[in-house]
Design a binder for this molecule. Sequence first.
Ligand SMILES: O=C(O)c1cc(=O)[nH]c(=O)n1[C@@H]1O[C@H](COP(=O)(O)O)[C@@H](O)[C@H]1O
Length: 246
Amino acid sequence: MAVQTKVAERIMVALDYADGAQANELVKALKGIPCYLKVGMQLFYSAGPRFVLDLKEQGYKVFLDLKLHDIPNTVKGGSESITRLGVDMFNVHAAGGKQMLEAALEGVDKALSSASGSAKPMVIGVTQLTSTSQAVMNEQIGILGSVEAAVLRYAGLAQAAGLDGVVASPLEVVQIKQAYGAGFVTVTPGIRPAGAAIGDQSRVLTPAEAFAQGTDFVVIGRPITASTDPRAALESIIASVIGANN
Ligand SMILES: O=C(O)c1cc(=O)[nH]c(=O)n1[C@@H]1O[C@H](COP(=O)(O)O)[C@@H](O)[C@H]1O
């Protein structure tokens, strides 16, 4: 497999758009690059399950980022509905606790036991959002200690519940892999190519730095979607990762 393909398959492009038409413009612009596509709440609340099904029909890997966080019974039902869409990955907040995380997996199993041929999606626990700084976590949210310690605690909870991995910032990947094993998947937003606007993110690294930390997937939105030439932006990110490895 070409090295470009291997890198592209580990880049999740965040389709943070107001509607399906705008998102489809980007999908068209990136056609032929085998990246993962991430559908988040803005697009899903507007374009709905149909948009997700369309991406799957086109053969894309899809991460449905709806960050479920509710009572276990509701999360179980939500996970069941999500699994029926045939997505490859979805996420739930680890802060919901072990019973809620286990309920998400029960929802997946329930859908798979009755659905026709849906593949098992990876279920990923959100730890501390990458927009959260140490000060915000301690002083506003009221969680004491370091961000790293909180992320590791959430990751441990996610693993104990049987999840496939976690969303965290690239700064925490080495510790997560050390504590929970190389096979415990890390999905890392908070990615900014050198010189890109950081915006509301707090804990960031460049794409090449994130992969050097050993992350499995990077999530990238605005550095691609806000670019005047999104395809060139993605290609230059891929080239930067390959260049850093040579
Ligand atoms: O679960 C996520 O995808 C997520 C978790 C997190 O901690 N931080 C985070 O930024 N995200 C998502 O990753 C994407 C990052 O987008 P950009 O900041 O534009 O690159 C957005 O769609 C966020 O919703």
